[in-house]
Design a protein around this ligand. Sequence first.
Ligand code: F6P
Length: 563
Amino acid sequence: MSQSNDTPTLTSSPAWINLEQHYSAINTKKMKILFAEDKDRFSKFSLHFESILFDYSKNRITKETMQHLLSLAKQCNVTQWRDKMFSGEKINNTEGRAALHTALRNRSNTPVYVDGIDVMPKVQAVLDKMETFARKVRQGDWKGYTGERITDIVNIGIGGSDLGPKMVCRALTQYHHERLNIHFLSNVDSSHAESILKGEELNPETTLFVVASKTFTTQETLRNALTAKKWFLDWGATEKDVAKHFVAISTNKKEVTAFGIDPDNMFEFWDWVGGRYSLWSAIGLSIVLAVGMKHFIELLEGAHAMDQHFQEAPLEKNIPVIMGLLGIWYNNFFKAESSAVLPYDYYLREFPAYLEQADMESNGKSVDREGRRIDYSTGSIVWGAEGNNGQHAFYQLIHQGTKLIPTDFIIGATTHATCNQHHRNILVSNFLAQTEALMIGRSQEETRQQLKAAGVKLKDVEERIPHMEFEGNQPSNSIIFKELTPRTLGSLIAMYEHKIFVQGIIWNLNSYDQWGVELGKHLTEKVLEELESGNDIYQHDSSTKGLLEQYRTFRNETKRGQK
Ligand code: F6P
């Protein structure tokens, strides 16, 4: 809903009020009763997209809930905003930019205009440049300064310039070129650089650094790139050899050149690509190096297919729309604070971390797109881990804690790993059993019967029941796909991107800026100046000052100890 001073706010709008009333009527309703009442519940509340099944039947919803949520989507003009995004309107209003990650994977190649200019030829030109470069590296034609073939690639970047390519590279491990090892250096803690450069025993003569930074001003990335360059030169290479071992991905040619990277070795992208939406751009170079252009294009095609689904499917059959609305239902009506993503797939282990940035940096906002403070909760706290490991760690809280945590369970029907069917069956059984357990729970009476049947002494049974009862009614979505191919992965990522978009529109946010990261960066510069100069230059609160002094004391003691 576009708000002006005389239109109602989101929380006083008709669709919202209807949802509040509906929530009061059904919030205690048990899902297991809903399943018992309707044998077709699964088919009514699940959707297919290519080889992906999205089952949302284990949610605290009825047909009426979905009607109310869909009315909310209509009231908030989700489809109109979606069309604005795809057509290149500057929906990132605080930065005056379009949000056109969809153009990067527009495999239909229809024109997309920014400021009256079709961006598709530029998109294709960069893809071509990536392909030519990657082919040379992969075939061994791109030689290091001593004539050796490249064996190791280090992507140096952080945030969107790290998490997206890293997640995809890990997910598509089975497609990797066998000679090339891909490493990701993000943390400015020198232990990270050291653990890659020294710990993995890289050879400067066969290592290629891909410095990935949209702005090329990010402190951590530039520091790590300088460290890598020093390590390279210390080996005996010269400045002129740098061109064979360092390439850059950025929107900022000036800074890339100032850093000493040949602009010919720069892969460009544009300010209408948000950092956390950039894996489809030149930021995906490490993906192309790892899995080849053919598979990267398949990834883009999968995302494009999901884009088309998002644009064309009616709202009630539109997976990202349904996902977004369910998130709103729990976040704003059940007051759920967080939501968990639980892949039952080793290769998808980086997916939760990737989504943390995609979702929380996009929708962690407390003013609307016009800058007015809002009176409703936004941006869910997104977290997660490999599901099977999580069962033995944090699932306790999801099953029996005091918080409602909606979850997404994700699994592939097959694996690329040498398939030991028994492994697979155990994994899938856990996946299915967990969502069932979360939903059905176990009543006091059922617990009593089970304890008795297990031979627990009668006097202990009643004591144990409160600890062993499960309330159940914990909502989950289940996403099952046939196989983790580049195409499926592309669709899966785009599905979540659009879910985030839908929620941002309903909350009337600009999901494409991230001003919240600026203050910390600014203060870091000040403190760094103090640490390096040894002087107190700025005023601090007593805690920050105390910590700073303690750090200096420890550092000086360590230095003295080393002498
Ligand atoms: O500080 C946050 C952020 O700007 C993210 O949005 C971005 O993905 C990351 O830093 C890295 O930025 P860059 O690609 O410009 O180095």
